[in-house]
Design a protein around this ligand. Structure first.
Ligand code: ADP
Ligand code: MG
Length: 729
């Protein structure tokens, strides 16, 4: 066993150094070359078909069968010219990744041979065998098979040799079985709600789009070392491992010089991403050793999310090419930083205005404040849903741990905006404002600096922070499909904007002037939402106490957090906004409970195996070695001298023995706890049982293993240690 460890390390150390090759072409020359984008559509489609697709994208109209046939012909011609032999519908089932099933273009030809064919029917709709995707019982309930349907708003692309068509995945009775369908519904809802609020300020606005800029954090581990860690291979995180004497204490990894081998990997990823029209822009070393980040320029939210999923896929493939393995798990290593995926989110109009950017004059600033304050209210009212959208078995390890947002949802606004809200709160009284008061308020609102992107006014400890021209939802996990968070966020804000509109309209009907009506409603919202505003240190103990006083919720476990989805008011929220009906929601939440249970179960099994197959035998071997040594000492030395020489050894033998016994006993108890939990019928109760009765053993057993790691002969230790996993690069 020990040899394997050193073989793995040997392999790493004997690898040839990588060289940085320079790309000959400008990125702008090959950007999007594998995407059936506007320029390709213009070339390969009739004017009619081109218009049908652009209308579908811009106005949400449907593409009829005849047009779909034309589009399919154009797509096929382009794809074949670019080396594609297959096509696939690509979708986001409720798993940790995307799904694809490739079919060749070939059909039987007239002369017994084959020809390449692709039709509008195949482009528009397909029926993958959906029975093995999680649906939480929706399919059983409705006895319906699932089908995938083309999403023209996200362009088709070529992945290796396959024409890949982004699609939604739904049941025959229309229930969403994926992440994209409800995301598109939520984006549509916020478009309508935000557009109608924009009408107060600018009649020219006809569409509002949500934007997403994701920041993907990840770890890179050398493949040879990864292969020697069954826990990493099977669960994506280390289930054991003593802290390295040095890890991130010196802050010497963050933004430091990128190792050449990693840089080469990043370059390859970026080149692939550019070909697929993914505008990746930023790369840097993150806080933990061997932790890095990749971020693109923000895009429309649905497209951006497709690009994130695609990018994660590319990163996994390219990591292997460089003999790395990539870890997207939120907490692969205990005791050091985990990985998140900040979701930078904003709304912008078809008139080119970012609704979260302060404007040049009082009118545009009032619009800006309207959107900021309504977002505050949406987050305040839906803190539990927002948490439920991001808390998973893996992210549960990260939230509230090293430099990660806590499980309390609060909003950071920064000093400028906070001061503005305080001013509005005081200025407007519950009576008609005097003309002087109005002028004063307008003047103040007009004074918000146009750009408040001030990097010194950043708060990295807030789970939901205003960052000058957008909100940054920082609690999202690195492994997550962003859609989960975006569905809740966009629905919550859309719903709040609708309520706001009704209140303002009611005041206007009563004869209150428009601006004043807006002020009045905003004022109540400012007062209502005070508890959710927090500019201080979100990682501090004091905040936990303060938040409790303010009545904010603090839930750190998945089962309790998921319960939010099934509250009456949340079911109503999704229902009235057309996102989920009750059975869809039930199905989806059941999938989440199941996922949590499975993940804890897998970790528990893996740990039990490693403990008994790797750790205990190693410890016994070491103990035997010590015993041999003691026996020999006893033979050679007289009693008194023997005792002084072997005393420490005897303690060590007892210590090792104690850990061995504890590991074996706890392992047994854990297996029994699992068996007991598995018998619980109800999925919610079962998940609680797993959380409370099984999960704690993971830490308890680990503790004994980590202590053994410190005392057992390094030569014998069967697993690569943290100091190797984190520092070999
Ligand atoms: P930081 O790490 O300082 O937050 P980065 O540059 O790493 O900043 O990432 C910021 C992300 O936010 C990028 O994806 C960027 O494109 C995105 N972003 C910038 N402006 C907006 C906006 N108005 N709406 C949404 N995302 C934005
Ligand atoms: Mg950021």
């Amino acid at each position: 066993m020990a040899q394997f460890r050193f073989k793995a390390l040997d392999e790493v150390l004997n690898r040839k150094p990588v060289e940085i090759e320079r790309e000959e072409n400008l990125v702008s020359d090959y950007y999007g070359m594998l995407v059936f984008d506007q320029s390709k559509m213009k070339k390969y489609l009739s004017r009619e078909a081109y218009k049908a697709v652009t209308d579908a994208v811009e106005r949400g109209t449907t593409v009829d069968r005849k047009m779909a046939d034309q589009v399919a012909q154009g797509m096929k011609a382009w794809a074949i010219e670019n080396g594609a032999t297959h096509y696939t519908h690509w979708f986001h089932p409720l798993t940790d990744g995307t799904a694809e099933k490739h079919d060749a273009f070939i059909v039987h030809g007239a002369d017994g041979g084959v020809i390449e064919s692709f039709s509008g029917k195949l482009l528009a709709q397909q029926e993958p065998d959906a029975s093995s995707f999680p649906s939480g019982g929706i399919r059983q309930t409705f006895e319906a098979r699932g089908y995938t349907a083309w999403d023209p708003s996200s362009p088709a692309f070529i992945s290796e040799t396959t024409l890949t068509i982004p699609t939604i995945f739904i049941s025959y009775t229309g229930e969403a079985l994926d992440y994209k369908t409800p995301l598109l519904r939520a984006l549509n809802t916020i478009d309508k709600a935000a557009t109608s609020v924009c009408q107060y300020f600018d009649k020219n606005v006809t569409r509002v789009q949500a934007n997403l800029g994701w920041e993907q954090e990840y770890f890179l581990i050398d493949e040879a070392l990864f292969m020697a860690r069954p826990d990493l291979m099977l669960t994506g995180r280390t289930l054991m491992g003593h802290a390295s004497s040095k890890d991130q204490q010196l802050d010497d990894h963050y933004f430091s010089s990128i190792p050449t081998r990693v840089n080469k990997f990043m370059q390859d990823v970026e080149n692939e991403a550019y070909k697929l029209g993914i505008p990746v822009k930023t790369r840097h070393n993150e806080v933990a050793p061997n932790q890095f980040e990749l971020a693109p320029i923000y895009e429309e939210a649905n497209l951006a999310n497709d690009h994130n999923q695609l990018c994660m896929d590319i990163m996994q493939k390219i990591a292997r090419r460089h003999k790395f393995r990539i870890l997207f798990h939120e907490k692969p290593f205990a005791g050091i930083n985990g990985s998140g995926k900040h979701n930078n989110w904003s709304l912008s109009t078809d008139t080119g205005v970012n609704l979260y950017s302060p404007g040049k004059n009082p009118k545009s600033n009032l619009q800006f404040l309207t959107f900021v304050i309504n977002t505050l209210k949406a987050v305040y009212d839906n803190q539990d849903l927002l948490r439920a959208s991001i808390l998973t078995a893996s992210n549960q390890h990260r939230l509230g741990a090293n430099e990660a947002p806590p499980s309390i949802i609060s909003v950071f606004l920064g000093s400028e905006v906070s001061a503005m809200l305080d001013l509005m709160e005081e200025a407007v009284v519950d009576r008609k404002m005097t003309p002087d008061e109005k002028t004063a308020l307008k003047l103040n609102i007009g004074r918000i600096p146009e750009i408040i992107l001030d990097n010194t006014d950043r708060n990295r400890t807030s789970p939901f922070a205003f960052t000058g021209n957008r909100f940054e939802f920082r609690a999202v996990g690195s492994m997550a499909n962003n859609a989960s968070a975006l569905i809740v966020l966009n629905t919550a804000v859309a719903d709040q904007l609708k309520k706001f509109k009704i209140e303002v309209d009611t005041l206007i009907e009563k004869g209150v002037k428009k601006d004043e009506a807006i002020f009045q409603v905003l004022k109540t919202l400012i007062i209502d939402t005070k508890p959710i505003r927090f500019n201080g240190d979100g990682y501090s103990e004091e905040w936990v106490k303060e938040a409790e006083k303010r009545g904010l919720t603090n839930i750190g476990n998945v089962p309790d957090s998921l319960a939010a989805y099934m509250r009456e008011e949340c079911i109503d929220l999704f229902n009235r906004n057309g996102i989920f009906n009750k059975s869809e929601l039930e199905g989806r939440v059941e999938v989440e409970y199941e996922k949590f249970i499975m993940k804890v179960q897998i970790e528990s099994r893996v740990l039990a195996d490693i403990a008994i197959n790797h750790i205990v035998p190693t410890a016994v071997e070491y103990q035997t070695m010590l015993l041999e040594n003691v026996k020999n000492l006893k033979e050679v030395f007289p009693e008194e001298e023997f005792l002084s020489l072997a005393g420490g050894r005897l303690d060590l033998i007892r210590e090792v023995g104690g850990h061995i016994s504890a590991i074996k006993a706890k392992r047994k108890e854990m297996i029994a706890a699992r068996a007991k939990a598995n018998k619980v019928e109800d999925v919610v109760e079962r998940s609680k049982e797993y959380d409370k009765e099984v999960r704690p053993y993971l830490d308890e057993i680990r503790d004994h293993i980590d202590r053994l790691e410190l005392i057992v002969d390094n030569e014998k230790w069967p697993l690569p240690k943290y100091r190797e996993l984190l520092f070999v690069r």
